[in-house]
Design a protein around this ligand. Structure first.
Ligand SMILES: [Zn+2]
Ligand SMILES: [Zn+2]
Length: 188
């Protein structure tokens, strides 16, 4: 894989809503530092949470609607568009989600709302928060490339229904998912 050979090998990350920009930069740096990662990561301007996506009763944002909105915003010269927000997000069948991606699609949305230890009444821990962020990001990016959930609890593609699931995972793909990831990428 040749990183710079194709201009579409660029991933755009953007702050979605009021999230601290430094969090998005740290996510971009994580991806770029992955071994053999063939993309350039660019952080772009803050973008708004689309109007009408807040469910007043739940006091949560509909992640599917946000994703649908931003799917249309992915520039042609970019491989994937990933929004990172700090608001609480859900999809109608679930109480909450950590993120959502279009399978084999161009866009993903990640929420940090439930990644902070403080959310679970635990002391603040920047390292733990960042590990959770990186795992969620890589997981959703994996979905956009076509990876589905993995049965290996240590693999980043294992489905996280609770934060404990995320904490058990590595910040990387298992051997099988890594191979599939490269395979799907080379099929682009
Ligand atoms: Zn998933
Ligand atoms: Zn796996």
């Amino acid at each position: 894989m040749k990183p710079s050979a194709n201009k579409s090998r660029k991933i755009i990350l953007f702050p979605l809503g009021g999230i601290e920009e430094s969090i998005v930069h740290s996510a971009a740096a994580f991806l770029e530092n992955l071994h053999h990662f063939p993309f350039k990561c660019v952080v772009t301007n803050r973008r708004p949470i689309p109007i009408g996506t807040l469910d007043n009763q739940r006091q949560q944002y509909n992640c599917k609607q946000i994703l649908k909105y931003y799917i249309k915003c992915c520039p042609d010269n970019c491989f994937r568009l990933i929004g990172i927000t700090d608001v609480d997000v859900y999809v109608p069948v679930l109480k909450y989600v950590f993120g959502l991606a279009q399978l084999k699609g161009n866009c993903a949305i990640i929420s940090t709302h439930r990644l902070r230890p403080e959310f679970y009444c635990k002391p603040s821990n920047k390292w733990l928060f960042q590990q959770r962020l990186y795992k969620t990001l890589l997981h959703e990016l994996g979905h956009t490339v076509g990876l589905t959930h993995c049965s290996n609890r240590r693999c980043v593609m294992f489905s996280s229904t609770r934060i404990e699931d995320t904490d058990k995972k590595e910040t990387s793909f298992c051997g099988t998912c890594r191979e599939l990831f490269s395979w799907y990428l080379n099929g682009i």
